[in-house]
Design a protein around this ligand. Structure first.
Ligand SMILES: C[S@@+](CC[C@H](N)C(=O)[O-])C[C@H]1O[C@@H](n2cnc3c(N)ncnc32)[C@H](O)[C@@H]1O
Length: 262
């Protein structure tokens, strides 16, 4: 009988790569069609369509490169490096509980559960349409494939966690908050930290550019001022998870790990 293996999917959805490639082809065909037509506006429309085709083509190329780098089956296995790197920050007490916010296909939840077999991990996610390959069922299948019995998954929103204050001994997250648009991301971080017990550990990795998150150094200082035992901000693009060049190529240049002890 063949062994079932976990399938963690890819942070760069397949639809994104094929959608951009198809868009580029359609726009290129439109540019050609318009330029060969007798349309009196062709000198305006053809370059616009050609420029859009080039932009879509460039995005298709970028997304294909990123997908290959992220793949759990590929040569680079960047996702695996990042997941294992974050899980390395998590040590749960026996009988303790950890939360993974935005667990996707369950990779980080399962990695933390494996590392802490006497504790329980919970992965939550909205599992919306943006990441069609991720779902609660996928997470549960992956946990079973990995032989992990101390991980559970449920639907939940990072913006309003359905748990009382100080419910968990650790909170982890990877590349989630930047996806949530139109919200104050530091408020969402606060919501994750709200459910963390005093003395619990946190390791939250995301694209923490100033534009997305505001001044994260001031945020870290405010946690420290409130009595958090340890607060660190680590730039993971400096040979930690990436080389700076790779991070730039994959548009992950502001990857930062906020970690410490409450
Ligand atoms: C790039 S994926 C990362 C998945 C997972 N953390 C990992 O490292 O494999 C981003 C995830 O964030 C989830 N997400 C987006 N908005 C969310 C929200 N408001 N609450 C919870 N999860 C959310 C998406 O559904 C998706 O699974």
């Amino acid at each position: 009988m063949s062994k079932v293996t976990a399938n963690y999917g890819n942070w760069m959805p397949e639809e994104m790569v094929y959608g951009a490639a198809a868009g580029s082809a359609v726009l290129a065909a439109a540019a050609l069609g318009v330029s060969l037509s007798g349309n009196r506006y062709r000198r305006i429309f053809a370059p616009i369509a050609a420029g859009s085709a080039a932009a879509c083509g460039a995005y298709a190329l970028y997304s294909a490169i990123a997908r290959a780098a992220f793949s759990y089956d590929g040569k680079r296995k960047l996702s695996r490096d990042i997941i294992d790197g974050i899980a390395g920050y998590v040590t749960l007490p026996d009988g303790g509980r950890g939360l993974d916010v935005g667990c996707g296909s369950g990779a980080l939840t399962i990695a933390c559960a494996k590392k802490n077999p006497r504790a329980q991990m919970l992965g939550i996610d909205t599992w919306g349409p943006e990441y069609q390959a991720f779902s609660r069922i996928v997470c549960e299948k992956n946990a079973a494939a990995e032989g992990v019995t101390n991980a559970r998954f449920e639907k939940g929103n990072a913006c309003h966690l359905d748990y009382p204050d100080e419910s968990f001994d650790c909170v982890v997250s990877n590349y989630v908050y930047h996806n949530i648009v139109g919200k104050d991301r530091r408020k969402i971080l606060r919501e994750s930290l709200r459910v963390l017990k005093k003395g619990g550990t946190f390791a939250i990795h995301d694209l923490m550019s100033k534009g997305r998150f505001g001044d994260m150094h001031a945020f870290a200082d405010s946690l420290q001022a409130e009595g958090y035992q340890e607060v660190h901000l680590t730039d993971t693009t400096k040979q930690f998870f990436h080389s700076p060049a790779e991070a730039r190529l994959l548009m992950l240049g502001s990857s930062t790990l906020l970690w410490g002890t409450k």
